[in-house]
Ligand binder design. Structure first.
Ligand code: SAM
Ligand code: SF4
Length: 333
């Protein structure tokens, strides 16, 4: 592929990583993402069909996208998701298909997902106590998430990652138990700083439990953490190993240590808007192109326009920061 066909922005960042939101719906209601009640979901007709998602991904793959992650909302509430996974897996150039899930429905689907070609799983788990789960998600279901994690391990998913959003005043007591759990069960654990993408607009920086504070807590309990060599420079996490060699802990610190300089990600929302950043306030409408009879070349131009408009960083820490109108569940994390 010639460089002019690649999705390179004005800072030379090459975009090969596509996050596809397959739905804005979810079966739980995490306060850092969704409203608790009366959620205004997009009508079904506005959501991209599988055919549209596959077409868009094929065009993106022709521009060098080789990694895809399915997300949402909760991807597993979308019917027949495995069919989409197998269609995406068949696209020439796509070498990695991953999914981020809350895990509640995972045990029911994990065998079919693996057979369809899903390679990797990130499972969200902010704590190990049902009380914490309910406080955050405003629903029940921790036991089902744990069941999903173990089912995925049993059927052979490797390098399963746990994503834990850290929130001051809520999850401090979960840090050490999560670390122990991950070590015991050979799971990678990543702590993510709470970002201003909650639907209820209650985020404030006091609630951000920083990666460095979490690291201190873990080191007090388990001894020094050793920085792992960075094999993929675009990955958002900084990974560490425990001194005794048991386990990997990563920190995704978008608020206290932004990693925008190496970002290689682009996103498409469930209703087909392309975004060059989680915090972008502009969007490019791929659904409009596809539903009005537009060509693949028009999709290429749209993708290139979107990437060329990418800003150097999200600017959360800047006084001029403008929150996007969409909350996390409407973008796709
Ligand atoms: N429903 C799936 C899940 O929860 O794993 C996938 C979508 S969710 C939006 C993707 C990831 O974003 C999850 O790991 C979730 O914890 C994280 N997330 C959601 N809102 C966040 C926020 N305001 N700050 C940081 N991470 C957030
Ligand atoms: Fe649902 Fe994931 Fe948002 Fe929680 S973070 S409400 S599980 S989409």
């Amino acid at each position: 592929m010639t460089d002019s066909r690649r999705l390179v922005d004005t800072l030379g960042r090459v975009h090969n990583n596509l996050r596809i939101s397959v739905t804005d719906r979810c079966n739980i209601r995490c306060f850092y993402c969704m409203p608790n009640e009366n959620v205004q979901f997009k009508p079904r007709a506005e959501i991209l069909t599988f055919e549209e998602i596959v077409r868009f991904t094929r065009v993106a793959a022709s521009l060098g996208v080789d990694k895809v992650r399915l997300t949402g909302g909760e991807p597993l509430v979308r019917a027949d998701l495995c069919d989409l996974v197998s269609e995406l897996a068949a696209i020439p150039g796509i070498r990695d298909i991953a999914m981020t899930t809350n895990g509640v429905l995972l045990a029911d689907h994990v065998v079919a997902l693996k057979q369809a070609g899903l390679k990797r799983l990130n499972i969200s788990l902010d704590g190990l106590r049902e009380e914490t789960f309910e406080r955050i998600s405003r629903r029940q279901g921790l036991d089902r998430v744990l069941e999903g994690i173990f089912a995925a391990q049993r059927i052979g998913f490797e390098r399963i990652r746990l994503n834990a959003v850290a929130i001051r005043g809520i999850t401090e007591d979960e840090i050490v138990p999560l670390g122990e759990f991950a070590r015991q069960h050979n799971l990678e654990l990543r702590f993510i700083e709470f970002m201003p993408l909650d639907a209820e607009n209650n985020w404030c920086d006091d609630q951000v439990l920083s990666g460095s504070e979490i690291r201190d807590t873990l080191e007090n309990e388990f001894g020094p953490l050793r920085l792992s060599e960075r094999t993929d420079l675009s990955q958002p996490a900084t990974d560490y190993r425990f001194e005794d060699g048991r386990g990997v802990i990563g920190f995704i610190n978008p608020v206290t240590q932004p990693f925008c300089g190496s970002c290689n990600r682009l996103r498409i929302t469930a209703e087909g808007k392309i975004r060059n950043c989680l915090f972008s306030i502009a969007e490019w409408d791929a659904r409009e192109v596809m539903r009005s009879g537009g060509s693949d070349e028009q999709l290429v131009e749209l993708l290139q326009d979107c990437i060329l408009a990418k800003k150097p960083g999200h600017g959360i820490d800047s006084p001029d920061f403008i929150r996007p109108e969409r909350a996390m569940y409407q973008i796709g994390g």
